[in-house]
Design a protein around this ligand. Structure first.
Ligand SMILES: [Zn+2]
Length: 466
């Protein structure tokens, strides 16, 4: 070995040994895991303070008797609502309602509670989920719900039913269901909101514009509903008895749910009348059924919410995504608004259980004036005339005199739809006056370019005034 060679090998040896001697001198740096304080079993995402009250009996059971950890995220602070105990309204009311919701949830030992401060959408007779997605700023709320899934890493996500139902049917409730379903599918995908899952440059220093969260794939997605006509939920998910007695609290889950709800004083009042109302548990004692949106870990549809759940992370599960019909009909009609959206939304998010859960339905009150959106589609390269016919039961009528939607309502039944275009219309109708509530079917048939198109059906629950 020449002198030069020996110097070379000495240098190489030194460079190999140096790192080892450094290791010997100091223990290795250790990576930090996700913040364990925020790990929960269930994340609940709802629209308004008091929406959680619909499932408070189950949440009480999960937290107090099954020792599950639950976090609740509210999209809004219910600022558009009434105030039964004072004059405070709007943003002042929001401050109060946030506090009421925290106290309500604390009564069943839930303390991880967040508010996204989206605006509470004023209630309409016939709501449309798309209005809420617009007024909430869909993208911003979605980003936040994805963040909360990544922060709290729930196995189970519970939210409200993304569908049009007969009942309260608030559009904000549906929007919560849509966004939670989207977030369920996106939180495990590092290409969505990547700034949330990028490592900070130096977590010990300031101004890090990377959030350092981890991707997270939840396992099961459940819905609950504000529907009043509940026949459709039977067998679609687990049912929990609310008259069962809590082992740890020695009162029924109905009692715990009533107490939880009673904290929402701006909505249900205060004083002796309220105490009396909440002492009557009949309303709270009905069994509570959830609807299984989907499970990535198996378990029976009607099995317990935690059936099949495995601890720890599971692999990301990509969904099918939107795929247009490869052979669309040349001409077709469909219900517009939220219905048109949901038709495309369920298959895109692998929500097989939702595709046939409900026939399109709405509730109206006896004699109510309302409008139904329809879309006429022309996939041909030429303008085409659609002739539309509305078939209604006895006592129902089309309203051609309404001024509010006069520019939408076209008393004619013929519509010229441009090539490769669509024509959104609204049919204004007046429901029959009824003395007892009943289901009625409305049907639209159409003819385009000389051919009959597949009809559109809508089931309407005509509710008698009490
Ligand atoms: Zn609500």
């Amino acid at each position: 070995m020449t002198r030069l060679e020996s110097i070379f090998f000495y240098m190489v040896g030194l460079s190999i040994m140096l790192p080892f001697s450094a290791v010997m001198a100091r223990p290795p740096a250790t990576s930090l895991g996700p913040d364990q304080r925020f790990k929960v079993d269930i994340l609940v995402f709802v629209a308004h303070p008091d929406d959680e009250s619909l499932i408070a009996g189950y949440l009480a059971r999960a937290v107090l008797d099954e020792h599950k950890k639950v976090a609740v995220v509210f999209a809004t602070r219910g600022n558009a609502g009434e105030n039964l105990v004072g004059y405070e309204q709007d943003r002042a009311l929001a401050e109060i309602r946030e506090q009421e919701a925290r106290e309500a949830l604390a009564s069943i030992d839930i303390h991880e509670v967040w508010f996204l401060r989206a605006p509470d959408t004023p209630w309409l007779d016939l709501p449309d989920v798309l209005r809420s997605l617009e007024s909430w700023n869909h993208g911003r709320v979605l980003e936040e719900v994805v963040r909360f899934i990544r922060l709290t890493r729930p196995e189970v996500v519970i939210t409200m039913l993304p569908d049009v139902v007969v009942g309260e049917n608030h559009e904000d409730h549906q929007a919560a269901g849509v966004i939670a379903s989207e977030a369920f599918d996106l939180a495990g995908d590092p290409t969505w909101f990547p700034e949330q899952v990028a490592a900070p440059a130096d977590h010990l220093w300031y101004s890090n514009l990377m959030e350092g969260l981890h991707t997270w794939q939840p396992e099961k997605l459940y819905y609950f509903t504000d529907a009043t006509q509940l026949q459709f939920v039977s067998g679609k998910g687990p049912t929990y008895s609310m008259t069962a007695i809590s082992l740890s609290q020695h009162v029924s889950y109905a009692r715990l749910a009533a107490r939880e709800k009673s904290y929402h004083k701006t909505q249900y009042g205060d004083g002796p009348e309220k105490d009396l109302a909440f002492a009557n548990l009949e309303h709270f004692e009905k069994p509570l059924t959830f609807i299984l949106g989907k499970s990535l870990v198996g378990g029976a549809t009607t099995g317990d919410i935690f059936q099949g759940v495995v601890p720890g992370p599971i692999p990301f599960h990509p969904v099918r995504g939107y795929r247009p019909n490869p052979n669309p009909p040349k001409f077709w009609i469909e219900l517009g608004g939220g219905w048109a959206f949901y038709r495309r939304f369920y298959p895109a998010h692998d929500l097989v259980s939702m595709e046939h859960l409900l026939l399109p339905q709405i509730g109206v009150s006896s004699g109510q004036d309302f409008s139904i959106p329809l879309i006429l589609h022309n996939n041909a390269a030429k303008p085409v005339l659609f002739n539309l016919k509305t078939s209604m039961p006895y006592g129902w009528s089309l309203d051609s005199n309404s001024s509010m939607y006069a520019h939408h309502y076209i008393p004619e039944t013929s519509f010229l739809v441009g090539p490769h275009n669509y024509f959104p219309i609204r049919i204004r109708m007046v429901a029959a006056q009824v003395t007892s509530s009943k289901w009625q079917d409305i049907e639209w048939t159409a003819e385009a370019d000389g051919r009959s198109l597949t009809p559109v059906m809508l089931k309407i629950y005509d509710e008698a005034n009490h």
